[in-house]
Design a protein around this ligand. Structure first.
Ligand SMILES: [Cu+2]
Length: 110
């Protein structure tokens, strides 16, 4: 290896070592599954307001896609289901996914 390459390798190694450990945030989500994409394990969910533990709004109600990391969890989902789940967010790159999905009873008819 040339000295310049060696120096670069040493620098990259040091840069990696000094990276802060990645932290994750969690948010409670409720909503209805509007579409499923089995090719990417993505669930489109019409979600209610999402707040953090302190009650501060993280995301207002909308319809959007959430990746489901666990294939076994994804396999249990159906369009039209009302669900409760936890949104996990990587605080470093802001990527997110849902886990801990449980089915909720359909809303009571008025
Ligand atoms: Cu959203």
């Amino acid at each position: 290896m040339k000295p310049a390459l060696l120096a670069l390798a040493a620098f990259l190694l040091a840069a990696c070592a000094y990276q802060k450990p990645v932290t994750y945030s969690q948010f409670a989500l409720t909503g209805e599954i509007t579409r499923l994409d089995p090719s990417k394990n993505i669930a489109e969910i019409k979600h209610d307001d999402i707040k953090n533990d302190a009650g501060k709004l993280w995301m207002a109600a909308m319809t959007m896609e959430f990746p489901v990391k666990d294939p076994a969890e994804f396999a249990r989902l159906h369009t039209g289901q009302r669900i409760k789940a936890t949104v996990h967010q990587n605080d470093a790159d802001l990527s997110y996914w849902i886990a801990g999905i449980t089915e909720l009873p359909p809303p009571a008819k008025p």
